[in-house]
Design a protein around this ligand. Structure first.
Ligand code: AP5
Length: 212
């Protein structure tokens, strides 16, 4: 099965994708994680993507689409995957349709969330700079403040989680990504989940929907 997790910044795509990946034994493909790793390693992709990611804009379609096409053509995702962060506009969705040849086993889960909740989640998010594990200062605090539970490295704030950049990301989402709701509704692929609830309630709802 191929699953797309769609939703605004902070809706919990990464959080839910991690659990879903374990429960369904599907690979989690996060375009944000791939881009952040490329930036950290100073690869040619990372050098090009850096200013877009750090300002909260979208990385050009040509770069991201090529990156996703390469990833989803690998043998470990032949049976399925969970896409988190792609597609993010109509052009990317059309490219994905071509790669997937409009396959029937595609489910698009729309994590719907209110803006106040999103801002609270993004401004309190902390990530592990080594293993990328995600925490929240209030909602999901690590056992020891500032330290990753999984690998013991220092937690940092993502540069794009600063207040001004959050505002820009939400604006870019409304202008470019929101039209995908209609795109996938028209194709009868979209299923909405209220992601303002506790993580356990959200995953329960997603699993229920996927079973139908
Ligand atoms: P990306 O990393 O994809 O960022 P995003 O879409 O803005 O999503 P986030 O990672 O911010 O949020 P999330 O929904 O995963 O929430 P999370 O689970 O972490 O992309 C970053 C950048 O890369 C983009 O801005 C762009 O520049 C570029 N990019 C990526 N893909 C691209 C593409 N296709 N085209 C062009 N450019 C692209 O949760 C957030 C916080 O809330 C966490 O602290 C978590 O602990 C907490 N939390 C989660 N769920 C709950 C819950 N249910 N209750 C309470 N707290 C919760």
């Amino acid at each position: 099965m191929k699953i797309i997790l769609l939703g605004p910044p902070g809706a919990g795509k990464g959080t839910q994708a991690k659990t879903l990946s374990e429960k369904l034994n599907l690979k989690h493909i996060s375009t944000g994680d791939i881009l952040r790793a490329a930036i950290k390693n100073n690869t040619p992709l990372g050098i090009e993507a850096k200013r877009f990611v750090e300002s909260g804009g979208l990385v050009p379609d040509t770069l991201v689409t090529k990156m996703v096409a390469e990833r989803i053509s690998q043998p470990d995702v032949k049976e399925g995957f969970i896409l988190d962060g792609f597609p993010r506009n109509i052009q990317q969705a059309e490219s994905l349709d071509v790669f997937l040849k409009l396959q029937a086993d595609l489910a698009v889960i729309y994590l719907d969330s209110n803006e106040k909740v999103l801002i609270q989640r993004l401004s309190g998010r902390r990530i592990c700079q080594k293993c990328q594990a995600v925490f929240h200062t209030q909602n999901m605090p690590p056992k020891k403040e500032g330290i990753c539970d999984s690998c013991g490295s220092a937690l940092i704030q993502r540069p794009d989680d600063l207040e001004e950049t959050i505002k820009n990301r939400l604006l870019v989402y409304k202008e470019q990504t929101l039209p995908l709701i209609e795109y996938y509704t028209a194709r009868k692929k979209l299923m909405r989940v209220d992601s303002d609830k506790e993580p356990e309630a959200v995953i329960g709802e997603i699993l229920k929907i996927l079973k139908k």
